[in-house]
Design a binder for this molecule. Structure first.
Ligand SMILES: *Cc1c(COP(=O)(O)O)cnc(C)c1O
Length: 740
């Protein structure tokens, strides 16, 4: 970064009569000009991260921070009577859905921060994840045209575009490079599809509806499109430097497949080596096995992709043939290892006219990893147990992380400054030194109380402006923010809030301190039950917030359009982080880590990374409740009967409110459907865990009355959060898997 050039440019900037968008573009382009080029990657080993999603969020503030000119820009603007927050509404690249996409963005940030050569490949969607608004409490989806004010942080590389061929169409993949700033400048390369109308559709939407054949094929095209473009260029670059010695390709390139979406490129790689560079199939397969690694993100069956041969053949016949050939090699290998028929079938890549992409990934990948200890154990003992038996070296754990630059330094300047004052060390440069905060004294706890209050005030003001819901700042703030999914159990929180509400009204909880529940979540457009839960919570919020009897006691708000920027405010201003997934189903979670690092206690189940959070910060400083994986397994074996657990009047009333006319679902019948699914199945054990959940919430409320002791719990979470920096995660990937 040429800081002098930047300062000169900034000071020469004429801000008069310019709107926010113009200034945003001018300052961003100036920073891009002064930042320098993407770091040289030739002649050494590089790692590549292939991901269908990169949930980047705002680039402006983060990039200026990484480049070391955020403060200067802030000062410059205030000198002109302007507020740097004027750019907040301009951009928020949501090229992802949730945790998986945000993880990809955090990983790139950490690698650049650590000076490691890790580059991203993905899709430059024209429209990111939809913008959410509520109308009568129902979710509405609006297109997210994230480039409408320009895209100064990307550079189009027209000269490097490449043709991607399907059986029925050809399309150009045009690269756009987004530099990732840190100790070095890495590259996030996103491909845009260009060609005639049909071709362009490939990069139009993130996750187009795939409930039709056309939808499924479009999705398949997307996956092939970006991953084939990536492999096309990596092999070509290698060939230019080293000629045909592709057996050395894995010495210079290592590729990480983020979930099953890019797995199709393993077959593309073999196609390139055999067709273009004339390798034999078996040596191409061998080289592939030394190049790729795979990260599994979920054990939910709907996310383990499997493609109908018919669809694949319609658009990618050569790839279909190659996967079948890989499958033949795999079967032979399984037999030679002594697998029986059942075991071979379990691991089969091609069976019943379908391609099993997770099995393909696991077979080809040198290393397969889960994203938290419990999740990896479940992979080893359950989903991939046969793999683990015959390939015991393959499966490993890499617990997720979050970049502390965005999720602490940027989103919580006040806490960062407190850490600067208290720690007297370079924790920003080496986050592991945050551990030295353990043993903090009363003075630090007092200062922390003040910081938390400031962040809470900022958050509640923002919510008042955006949502029109006023929450007094003496309220204890609980938050559950994450994608809407039944397994994440926002519905259980909704019932818990109702139980508390009825208890407050009946006098059962007469001395409960005032508390607020913040929800934030988008539902997939076609996920009926998830949308019903949003409506239900909005109904609850309207009822409670308009009850004058409770005005000083309880507030509920479902914020609209939860995204990275909203998250930055919520994690900093929250007291209690709600992480209440059904045990065994949240692979890791990363929201839990963001809250922890900002000093919220976790109220959650023994699931995903929650387990590792409380292991480090102490169970006594967090609130764990609910059934464990083992308990649920026992319960399932014995036969679970949900209605048995409706044995208390408040709980009954809360659950029955779905059908007794308390709330309206607008005549859709959706509340009744939801109710029946609970009473008859309750696949996610909402009713089973509800009792202990409410008890735990009441316990948190009771404990928070002792401000100092409660702040000490929160601070203990900050002090032990260094492990959850993605710097740690990336170092582990770099050492154990990538060898960079
Ligand atoms: C961190 C983050 C997530 C992931 O949250 P989980 O609680 O781990 O599911 C999802 N969406 C956004 C916008 C995030 O910032």
């Amino acid at each position: 970064m040429d800081k002098t050039l930047f300062s000169d440019g900034l000071n020469g900037l004429d801000t008069k009569n310019k709107d926010a968008v113009t200034l945003y573009n001018e300052i961003s382009l100036l920073a891009m000009k002064c930042a320098g080029d993407i770091s040289e990657t030739k002649g050494r080993r590089n790692a590549y991260y292939l991901s269908m999603e990169f949930l980047i969020g705002r680039s402006f503030y983060n990039n200026l921070m990484e480049l070391g000119v955020l403060e200067e820009t802030d000062k410059f603007l205030s000198g002109k009577g302007l507020d740097i927050r004027m750019f907040e509404e301009i951009e928020d690249a949501a090229l992802g859905n949730g945790g998986l996409g945000r993880l990809a963005a955090c990983f790139l940030d950490s690698a650049a921060g650590l000076g490691l050569p890790l580059h991203g490949y993905g899709i430059r969607y024209k429209y990111g994840l939809f913008k959410q608004a509520f109308k009568n409490g129902f979710q509405e989806e609006l297109p997210d045209d994230w480039q409408r004010f320009g895209d100064p942080w990307s550079i189009r590389r027209e000269d490097e575009k490449r043709l991607i061929e399907f059986a029925d169409m050809k399309v150009y993949a045009v690269p756009y490079d987004m530099p990732v700033f840190g100790k070095r400048i890495n590259r996030l390369r996103l491909f845009q599809a260009e060609g005639d109308g049909e071709a362009q559709k490939i990069s139009e939407y993130l996750y187009p509806a795939d409930d039709t054949k056309e939808g499924k094929i479009l999705r398949l095209r997307q996956e092939y499109f970006f991953s084939a473009a990536a492999l096309g260029e990596l092999t070509e670059h290698f060939f230019k430097q080293y000629g045909k010695r592709f057996e050395k390709f894995p010495e210079y390139n290592v590729i990480q497949l983020n979930d099953t979406h890019p797995v199709i490129c393993t077959a593309e790689f073999i196609r390139l080596l055999t067709v273009k560079y004339k390798f034999s199939f078996s040596s191409a397969l061998d080289i592939a096995k030394r190049t790729f690694n795979y990260t599994n993100h979920t054990i939910l069956p709907e996310a383990l992709e499997c493609w109908d041969e018919e669809y694949m053949r319609a658009v990618l016949p050569e790839i279909a043939d190659i996967i079948i050939r890989i499958s033949v090699y795999a079967d032979r290998e399984f037999q030679s290892l002594g697998c029986d028929k059942e075991q071979a079938k379990e691991m089969a890549i091609y069976k019943g006219g379908k391609f099993y992409m997770a099995n393909l990934a696991v077979y080809i990948a040198g290393k397969v990893n889960g994203v938290a200890e419990l999740h990896t154990e479940i992979l080893k003992n359950d989903l991939f147990k046969t793999v683990n038996r015959f390939y015991p070296e393959k499966l490993q754990n890499k617990t997720n992380g979050i970049t502390h630059r965005r999720w602490l330094e940027l989103c919580n300047k006040e806490l960062s400054e407190l850490l600067d004052r208290t720690l007297n060390n370079n924790w920003r440069g080496d986050i592991s030194r945050l551990n030295e905060l353990n043993g903090f004294n009363g003075e630090t706890a007092d200062a922390f109380i003040e910081v938390k209050q400031t962040k809470k005030r900022q958050l509640l003001n923002y919510i008042k402006d955006r949502e029109g819901v006023e929450i007094p700042e003496n309220f204890l703030v609980f938050a559950q923010v994450k994608r809407l999914h039944e397994y994440k159990r926002q519905l259980m929180t909704a019932f818990a809030v109702l139980e508390v509400y009825y208890g407050v009204k009946s006098g059962k909880y007469h001395d409960l301190p005032p508390c607020a529940f913040i929800f934030g979540a988008k539902s997939a457009p076609s996920y009926r039950r998830a949308k019903t839960i949003i409506k239900f919570i909005n109904e609850i919020a309207a009822k409670i917030n308009s009850d004058v009897q409770c005005a000083e006691r309880l507030k509920v708000v479902f914020v609209q359009n939860y995204n990275v920027s909203y998250a930055e405010k919520i994690v900093a201003g929250t007291d209690v982080s709600l992480q209440v997934s059904t045990a065994g189903l949240e692979a890791s979670g990363t929201g839990n880590m963001k809250f922890m690092m900002n000093g919220a206690v976790t109220c959650g189940t023994m699931d995903g990374a929650n387990i590792e959070i409380v292991e480090r910060a102490g169970k006594e400083n967090n609130y764990i409740f609910g059934a464990t994986v083992e308990e649920l397994a026992r319960l399932k074996a014995e036969g679970y009967s949900p209605s048995e657990y409706l044995d208390n009047p408040e709980r009954c009333k809360a659950v029955e409110s779905l059908i007794d006319g308390t709330f309206s679902d607008g005549g859709t019948g959706n509340f009744k459907e939801l109710y029946e699914s609970l009473i008859n199945e309750d696949n996610y054990f909402v009713l089973y865990d509800l009792e202990s959940y409410v008890k735990t919430i009441i316990q948190v409320c009771t404990d928070c009355k002792d401000k100092k002791t409660f702040a000490a719990k929160q601070l203990a979470n900050v002090a032990n959060s260094a492990f959850f920096s993605s710097d740690r995660t990336i170092k582990q990937y770099a050492q154990d898997i990538w060898k960079i």
